[in-house]
Ligand binder design. Structure first.
Ligand code: URA
Length: 206
């Protein structure tokens, strides 16, 4: 697994707004949308393109259009908040949903909802899950997706903990992770430190 730490002043700016406990849900949603747009820019850098001959108002021009097909897979619930910029930016993207719940005793994630488009085979799959904490959810989501034989799987998350990065690296070495920050550690409740709290709660005001 390759870890892509997106180091950019705008990413640092919006991540600070997300981390700030004073940021209200509307500001949190705005900063979330902007940081995901910036992370997507890196996460889609290797998409392939085809020649697209067009005519500008002045002359012929050999343009390019994205030829890779992408399926975005938000992990319920917080991943839903990452979807709007993906729908705005990616041509012809299809969307699948995975709902996972974690057994608090064993920390094992199991699926309670999976709704995926039928044609994932050969597509670039982008998992959207804002917090890579223990890695249990991310590993399970990759496992589910790989049953459908996508061309590749990548994860876009806002913050990653060292524990989650190691777990994903060990279980799924081919998955690339695009994130704004590699934080210090998990606390006893498996929250990321310094982190930003519960992403879903901050996003939805719950
Ligand atoms: N999920 C969150 O929303 N926040 C964390 O810190 C860890 C997991």
């Amino acid at each position: 697994m390759a870890l892509h730490l997106v180091d950019h002043p705008l990413v640092a700016h919006y991540l600070t707004r997300l981390r700030d406990r004073e940021t209200e849900p509307d500001g949190f949603r705005e900063a979330s949308g902007k940081i995901i747009t910036l992370l997507l820019y890196e996460a889609t850098r290797d998409l392939r393109t085809n020649p697209a001959p067009i005519k500008t108002p002045l002359e012929s021009f050999e343009g390019r259009t994205v030829s890779d097909r992408v399926v975005a897979v938000p992990i319920l619930r917080a991943g839903l908040g990452l979807l709007p910029p993906v729908l705005d930016l990616l041509p012809q993207v299809t969307v699948g949903y995975i709902g996972l719940e974690r057994d608090e005793r064993t920390a094992i994630a199991s699926r309670y909802y999976v709704k995926l488009p039928p044609d994932i085979q050969g597509k670039v799959a982008i998992i959207l899950d804002p917090m890579l904490a223990t890695g249990g959810t991310a590993c399970k989501a990759v496992e589910i997706l790989e049953e459908y034989r996508p061309a590749s799987v990548r994860l876009v998350c806002v913050v990653a903990a060292p524990e989650g990065i190691s777990a994903l690296q060990a279980a799924h070495p081919s998955v690339d992770v695009f994130t704004a920050a590699r934080d210090r550690e998990l606390n006893a409740q498996k929250y990321i430190l310094p982190g930003l709290g519960d992403y879903g709660d901050r996003l939805f005001g719950t």
